[in-house]
Design a protein around this ligand. Structure first.
Ligand code: FEO
Length: 410
């Protein structure tokens, strides 16, 4: 056990260095990584995050050499992915007096993942604090950095930020602190940011705003080096790289509606894109000449095609619009299908089939999940009758996702 790896008074690194070639998000981390877990030896001893499930047994044995596991009062889980929560099941089984601290969204995930249905959880949200006897922890929710349930923990006394995946590097190392690193880690730090955080840059900006007024002396992330030298410059990298949200991009929402519900979705999409500072316009394809529709498609960077369903098919001029797409070069453009429906919504699928025959980059749910881990964005966008509150939230996320895609293309 590396009890001597001390971040501050009574705060210790208790993680695991994984210097293998680590499989990760369909890549191989050739420089390995670390799973950083931390022990705060206060009056109410607290563990922040654990290690990958592969190293759970070793983690428990090492931790047992420092502290009786029944003395642990809190286990804070900032993020549920198993490279950080992997040892939670084993730890919770032995640290029987510990309460698990996490966001509301994380509770059910952890219960299901580690069979913790009978366990005490303390749900925390933005700005909540927890007195662990000699130190105060403050919690900051950071949704989509990089999954929905994530949060940051901040220790007020020691001014240490525990941001889990955020501000991490994938570098196996035995130096632990960035001022001890044998070489400059910034390239790897930026590479990690681009891979994991950049697709969520709107949320990065939200996070930066939330931590802007914190006095941060040290960042103790859950992968790679602990940052205690030039802390501000590392935060600034995230701030600067996520800042460019000025988009010289255009979206176009085309629709053909029967009762007005598909028009309603088109209008909401249009408004949401405009809220993201993206030039957007909406066109009823039954009211505008085909030449004008084609011209607008040529000028747009992302195009939505929506139709109500009647007799299992599209309505109005939408099919003619889709047929005409074959005459256009749409190579650098994004395309998506949407529509309101009452029973099966076949038209939405037919629109999608047409789009798949073009050279548009057609957006779909599978690609969203694989590239971002976001599971609540439906593409094609199918809404039964009029959008409800959940639909509106989902549309908002969809728009931010597409805005980020357009941003990435700059
Ligand atoms: Fe390092 Fe999202 O797990």
């Amino acid at each position: 056990m590396k009890k001597n790896i001390m971040l501050s008074e009574n705060i210790f690194w208790i993680g695991k260095v994984d210097d293998r070639n680590v499989p990760f998000h369909r890549l191989t981390l050739t420089k390995g990584t670390t799973y950083n877990s931390y022990l705060l030896m206060t009056e109410k001893p607290t563990v922040i995050d654990t290690v990958d499930i592969s190293f759970g047994k070793e983690f428990i044995e090492n931790l047992r050499n420092i502290i009786g596991l029944d003395k642990i009062k809190y286990i804070v889980i900032n993020h549920t992915e198993p490279d950080h929560s992997g040892a939670l099941g084993s730890l919770a089984a032995r640290a029987k007096n510990a309460v698990i601290v996490c966001t509301k969204l994380a509770v059910n995930e952890l219960k299901e993942m580690y069979k913790l249905h009978n366990r005490d959880f303390l749900v925390v949200g933005d700005g909540d604090t927890l007195d662990i006897g000699g130190k105060i922890l403050k919690f900051i929710e950071t949704p989509y950095l990089h999954t929905e349930e994530t949060m940051i923990t901040y220790c007020e006394e020691d001014k240490i930020l525990f941001p889990c995946d955020i501000f991490s590097t994938h570098l196996a190392n035995y130096e632990y602190f960035n001022d001890m690193a044998k070489e400059d880690i910034k390239n790897d730090y930026v590479g990690y940011y681009k891979l994991i955080m950049h697709p969520h840059r709107r949320y990065v900006q939200n996070m930066i705003e939330k931590i802007r007024d914190l006095d941060i002396r040290m960042i103790a992330p859950s992968h790679g080096f602990i940052i205690r030298e030039d802390v501000k410059s590392f935060i600034d990298i995230y701030d600067n790289m996520s800042k460019n949200t000025d988009l010289d991009k255009k979206t176009l929402i085309l629709y053909s509606t029967m009762t007005g519900s598909t028009k309603k979705i088109a209008t909401i999409l249009n408004e949401k894109f405009q809220e993201q500072n993206i030039t957007s316009k909406v066109i009823d394809v039954n009211k505008i000449p085909m030449e004008e529709v084609m011209k607008s498609i040529n000028e747009a960077d992302a195009i939505f095609f929506g139709s109500s369903t009647r007799y299992a098919d599209m309505i109005g001029n939408m099919e003619d619009v889709l047929k005409n797409l074959k005459s256009l070069n749409l190579e650098s453009k994004l395309g998506a299908a949407f529509g309101s429906y009452g029973w099966s919504g076949e038209a939405i699928e037919v629109v999608q089939d047409y789009l798949n025959e073009t050279n548009l980059k057609v957006l779909n749910t599978s690609d969203v999940i694989k590239s971002t881990g976001m599971i609540d964005i439906e593409l094609p966008l199918r809404i039964r009758f009029l959008p409800n509150e959940d639909n509106l939230k989902s549309i908002e996320r969809l728009v931010i996702y597409i805005a980020d895609l357009l941003l990435s293309a700059i």
